[in-house]
Design a protein around this ligand. Sequence first.
Ligand code: B3K
Ligand code: ZN
Length: 881
Amino acid sequence: MSQSVTEQPSVIYLKDYQTPAFLVESTALRFELEEEQALVRSQVQYTRNPDSADRLRPLILDGHESLELHRLSIDGEVLNEQDYRRQGEQLIISELPDSFVLECVTRIEPQNNTALEGLYKSDGMFCTQCEAEGFRRITFYQDRPDVMAVFETTVVADKQSYPVLLSNGNNVDSGEEDDGRHWVRWQDPFPKPAYLFALVAGNLEFIEDQYTTASGRDVVLRIFAEAKDLDKLDHAMLSLKRSMQWDEQVYGREYDLDIFMVVAVDFFNMGAMENKGLNIFNTSCVLAHPETTVDTGFQRVEGVVGHEYFHNWSGNRVTCRDWFQLSLKEGFTVFRDAEFSADMNSRTVKRIEDVTLLRTAQFAEDSGPMAHAVRPASFIEISNFYTLTVYEKGAEIVRMLHTLLGEHKFRQGSDLYFKRHDGQAVTTDDFVQAMADVSGRDMTRFKLWYSQAGTPRVAVSGEYDAASQRYTLHMRQSCSPTPEMETKQPFLIPVAMGLLDQHGRDITLASGNTTEVLELVSTEQSFVFENIPVEPVPSLLRGFSAPVKLSFPYDQEQLVFLMQHDSDGFNRWDAAQQLAVSILQKLITDYQQGSPLVLDNALIDAYRLVMSDVSLDKAMVAKVLSLPSEAYLSELSDEIDVDAIYQVRKFVRQTLAKALESEFLSLYQSNCSGDSYSPDAASVARRSLKNLALSYLMATERTEYLALARDQFAQADNMTDSQAALSLVAHSVHEQAADELLEQFYQRWQNESLVVNQWLAIQAANTREAGLQRVEKLLTHPAYDASNPNKIRSLVAVFCAQNLPNFHNLDGSGYRFLADQIIVLNKQNPQIASRLLTPLTRWKQYSEARQSLMKAELERIGNSGDLSKDVYEVLSKSLAQ
Ligand code: B3K
Ligand code: ZN
């Protein structure tokens, strides 16, 4: 469905939810796959829903306008055109019996499906993506998550071209036909909504393993990919087995089918999809090999495999009633995968990474035109709500419940939730109710986290009275207005905290603990601590216990003190961040006023301290020594001054590099190792520190370090070291060397699509002048494919999000380029088009000159013709600011 910017789009409201008029007992599907079409026959057993008050309600089926309807019959009787109505995306049938079988034959063209939703082709293989509303591109159905059915699926295709035919559940039968075609039948005994349906047909190979569940059931594990990628599946298999075991140990959840399959596909709109028993993955989230994959890639595979696997319970066995409840499964599952990754690697580092993402991207979303509650009240296109707010902030809500209840009660709550709702489609209220029931707590105020958008601010001050040995923390919370919500009620904010004495030791608090969780529930509140012998330094929001912007008037000395002594690893890192942010922000003001830039020695001294602190783990050191990103500095600015942020950050990096050159060199040397590659946490940490040191050495612009980087590039036996060196040289002042290495790298890896994506991304991020021309040239390079989302993300999205000086060029060329891309993608792949809009939606935060350039491009997109619902929604909300 497409609309012009002036047409009224239909907005869907949570308050309008109605139970479905009919329930589905069973769904049988038959797919005849051919090169020019697919014929889909569905036979669905419907019964009128006893919970639906109106017994005369018609059956309303969803069906995309691209569906060609060939036949519709009820209990074997063919319907004529006057027996039903096709209206927009719906097919409506009235006057139905209470129970009947509806048979429907549709014709679709997967080979022309460029939106990559429903049934489409990726590199010659058929695959599906049905969440959220892709099933309606396959057949007419009640395509909503609260309609759950058992599925039987028969797939028929040419045997030579498509030897592997997969669907959900267990393989129950198969056979051959005379004409070279074959078929396989799958049955999934667990009732599921249509969004969890999956089908794959292709020329695939697989690796196989097995897992015995805690109760002794054997499960076959298969991971499928094209033959050339078969050597890149071991890490995913290991991650899968670890996930299965972790979910048994931590949540008491076992796998429930006899087989669990994962398929890697190259054309995919997002990371992966948790279809029951048949997960489909973007190759970027499943393939891993030391020679072609960087350390963060290995960790991403582990995290995403875990995430999709954990959905089997948090998402599939217990699913969402409607799409407003998306965070029910996504927030909970992100929390689960984060804890899994924390248990497999460094807990503190994982937390630092997640909070960094939240503070940069989610906080920006929460203060922009698309700001929405974790459980939104309305949407135009649900695909636009697979956001950092629903996922990451949603996970923070679950983490807060965990903090408030404690490990043991939280587990009881989760057990109750799964037991009470197994096989049901439920709401975030149901989830919180299970936690309320096991803890006896009233969660009314807590639930505001689901319904109120915006990032709360918490301003804290401390007051010490030596005579009475009393320390008081005064807190004040507020939350800025967001679209459609002017005023907010106070949130329940759990503030985990401790107090440090003059030696940096934790003071034991009245509870007998050194960390306490304060519950801030009103606008203003004070917390009193008795028997505090000296004026303490408070350590606040330990482990980032709530998704808020907390401020305390620390001076530099106190921040350095916390950096050295805080028993909470996250807060040690955060103190360093706060120190760096305050110094950078002051320099940004100096730059804007034309004052000379001079770096405060406090930062240099703090860095030196960290480098010599042997108690810290290497990954932590690397995190502490990384300056806050341009994106984070932008998020913290009232008006984003692109040039100042870019120049100041570069100046600070260079000054640190020169001041600490010998320290960085010895850090580099002491972390080089002759050991063969392993993606374990300690080795990853060592490489991250080594490559961070190399990045500072390269920032000095001295030629001897170019030689060092070139050596590393030439000798590396793994992609992490090779790519780190390439990216540093490519972004350096040594242009000739940059070109040489980029060429060598391409020659070597041109047949590895995922490596080529990295090669594109490195060039897209290059801030040297004429960045746009380089990107435009790459658009026509054989390495690029404008229909593959991974390529678009690597080149276009990276340029627009990470190449500040070039994208924000004051001649407007960067903005124009992005708008041109969106206008094309709006027709081809609306989901990707709408995602790409993000940098332009922030137009209000820039200088007037940039504002008008960005706004003009948004308007040009609006006037470019039929807009998809996806683009329409983001565009109209952006322009309405
Ligand atoms: N549930 C899918 C997301 C589907 C997005 C569709 N637009 C992946 C995940 O969160 O696990
Ligand atoms: Zn998910």
